[in-house]
Design a protein around this ligand. Structure first.
Ligand code: BES
Ligand code: ZN
Ligand code: ZN
Length: 503
């Protein structure tokens, strides 16, 4: 999807004019260009301007727009950035079903001083225009195109402002929106990739290419390098897999900033989580290709930070490995010495995310960051606790957590803090090692995962853990997110957090 900005002096002919409609009377006043149609639509109750409603009217005229799409925005005094994003999402859905390739919207409908609404509307539009059709053969892909509307890549959307100055401002905002949605789509593409193609090596190489393209420093740690770093707990997870694991270290250094703050991001990248010897039931096991979404989210965020030239330094670590059963796979009861020196008894090989994160978090802290944020599809329990409306956030620094929660709320990406009292560690004790990786009680599973990670956070290090297991894929309730497959959620939150990080 191409987002463009122009000013009204420029003549453009478009297929479809988009008209946001608030639930107010003034749209029916005589000077509204479509007052008549709107009155009729309201009369038949097909379109009253409620948020979520759309009405498509085709004229077939030559010189003007051939059609108009009315987009309900709800009451004007209740309008927010998130509602603008939702309206943008519905706009794309309708354009796609009506097979429209070229739309235009007058920015003045949002009020010329509402740059944030225009931005958010554009965000909703482009975030919804995502398709993962890579593996459909041509004829089928075309079939899908008919069902889902035009290929998003070929679509153009034009924002028309009244003056050149406004159009310039909108253009620069839209450039940021484009970087953001391309980063979100990168995360989605990575997450949707099936694990026969999306192996640890595949992501390591992709990360290397992206680092080169966007000027990031990049270091790959293969299994031999991880061994030298004494990351035996990380290695224990991939031990049953034929595919070599890789930890990718990426660094974005802002130019011309003296002593920038450093944020470390750590992402769980299990390319397929079969559960290992503690094998998962087969129902919906295919979704475990998404178990690298934490890594994908971190990758999207660091790429966006570099492209937007943010002033914070970011060091990102993505830990890629495949969790498989085999003759040499790690077994329940095995005891492993971690990079930190602490020992872990593995009770359940399916609680593997915390194992790779423990060693990588330890490694990340050697870089003396101002804070560490890890992102992981860590526990099924997060869905039990919170459903599919938010992810869990836990950690040792309430200010850091509050900041992330606030950034998330502004972006429509909800995070909810769960407690992390030390008493929760009682359940993780064992007679045989310093701790175990799970216990046989599934209550409070998300907190248990986090309390395990906390054992590897050094004194004085500010740390937050985001458990996004329930939000990574299959979100059906947000108008601007794909209803199937990867959601790409939390990239925008992390980018906003990095952009505003004060330490
Ligand atoms: N990758 C899963 C968590 C998960 C579950 C993500 C469902 C997305 C959807 C994780 O590695 C896992 O299996 N966790 C176990 C932990 C348990 C064995 C302590 C779980 O949640 O059941
Ligand atoms: Zn698992
Ligand atoms: Zn997992």
């Amino acid at each position: 999807m191409q987002l463009e900005s122009t000013h009204s002096q420029t003549t453009i002919s478009v297929e479809c004019e988009i008209l946001p409609v608030f639930q107010t009377q003034d749209r029916e006043s005589a000077n509204h260009p479509y007052a008549d149609i709107l009155r009729k639509l309201k009369h038949t109750e097909t379109f009253t301007g409620k948020l979520g409603q759309t009405a498509f009217v085709r004229f077939g005229g030559k010189d003007k727009a051939e059609s108009v799409l009315f987009v309900g925005c709800g009451p004007k005094d209740e309008f927010t950035e998130e509602k603008a994003r939702v309206a943008g999402g519905h706009t794309w859905s309708k354009l796609a079903t009506e097979k429209t390739h070229l739309g235009a919207i007058k920015t003045s409908f949002f009020g010329d001083d509402h740059a944030a609404w225009i931005r958010a509307f554009a965000e909703g539009l482009v975030l919804n225009a995502y398709q993962f059709h890579k593996y459909l053969n041509t004829s089928k892909a075309e079939g899908k195109t008919v069902a889902r509307g035009p290929s998003a890549k070929k679509c153009r959307f034009i924002f028309v402002s009244q003056t050149r100055e406004l159009a310039d401002q909108v253009r620069s905002d839209l450039e940021d929106v484009s970087v953001l949605y391309e980063s979100v789509n990168l995360t989605r593409d990575w997450s949707n990739e099936p694990s026969n193609i999306g192996t640890p090596e595949f992501y390591a190489k992709e990360a290397q290419k992206l680092a080169k393209k966007y000027g990031l420093k990049c270091k790959l740690l293969n299994e031999a390098a991880a061994k030298r770093e004494k990351m035996d707990l990380y290695l224990a997870v991939g031990q049953g897999s034929e595919r070599e694991g890789y930890i990718v270290q990426l660094e974005y250094n802002p130019k011309g900033v003296k002593k920038p703050k450093t944020v470390c991001l750590v992402g769980k990248g299990i390319t397929f989580d079969s559960g290992g010897i503690s094998i998962k039931p087969s129902l919906r096991m295919e979704e475990m290709k998404h178990d690298m979404t934490g890594a994908a989210t971190v990758m999207g965020a660091v790429v966006a930070a570099a492209r937007l030239q943010l002033t914070t330094r970011v060091i990102a670590f993505i830990g890629m490995a495949e969790n498989m059963p085999s003759g040499i796979a790690t077994q329940p009861g095995n005891i492993i010495r971690t990079r930190s020196g602490k020992t872990v008894e593995i009770i359940n090989t399916d609680a593997e995310g915390r194992l790779i994160l423990a060693d990588i978090l330890d490694y990340a802290q050697d870089f003396k960051p101002d804070c560490v944020v890890d992102v992981a599809t860590l526990t099924g329990a997060v869905g039990v606790a919170l459903g599919k409306q938010c992810a869990a956030i836990l950690g040792n620094d309430d200010e850091l957590i509050a900041d992330l929660v606030k950034r998330g709320a502004e972006k429509g990406e909800r995070l909810w803090q769960l407690p992390l009292w030390d008493e929760y560690f009682e359940d993780m004790k064992t007679d045989h090692a310093d701790m175990r990786n799970s216990c046989n009680d599934s209550n409070g599973g998300t907190i248990r995962g986090a309390i395990f990670l906390k054992q590897f956070i050094r004194k004085g290090v500010s740390w937050a853990h985001m458990d996004i297991a329930s939000m990574a894929n299959g979100l059906t309730s947000v108008s601007y997110l794909p209803k199937k497959g990867a959601s790409g959620i939390y990239v925008r939150t992390l980018v906003d957090f990095i952009a505003n990080y004060k330490g």
